[in-house]
Ligand binder design. Sequence first.
Ligand SMILES: [Zn+2]
Length: 188
Amino acid sequence: MEIKRANKFVEFMKKFGLYIAVGAVVLIVSLTLGITAALRDDGVPTTTPELQFHLPMQNATIVKDFSSTELQENETLGQWEAHLSIDFASDDSAVMAVLGGTVQSVTTDTLNGTTIVIAHSDGFVSTYSSLADSAQVKEGDQVEAGQKIGDASNSAGREEYLGAHLHFTLEKDGLKVDPNNYLELQNK
Ligand SMILES: [Zn+2]
């Protein structure tokens, strides 16, 4: 019985072995192609339409620029610190959302003044500090790019010496990034 069965297997393999081998090769090749295609998709940035950033203030001047490596003197706190944000000042105090999104929080504390945090697509989060109490949005609100959300003031205790200004921070995927790389700031 054992021998018979073995012989049947040998016969089976003689008849169909080639097909099985070819099938296996085709399967392996298509799997490999599929996997490399998937990897290639991950490596190349997805072609989402370019995000159009609005400026957070009209006709603004940068009173303190972004700096991740050079420490800048904070005259209010009397210490040197990195400034992972841009401070804008303008005759027009209106502050606008740089992208459309959802308001995550509106808070007020003595160091940062009134602060609005907005979550956007593509992992962007924008934060607007040193705003006047009169925020024009609340948590959960949907905002459009360029929509007014509040007014710049000198409410941020940590940067009082700068006068009325917007302390603007941009994050991408949880990391603070240089807004200069995203906003079109001509009058630097
Ligand atoms: Zn600042």
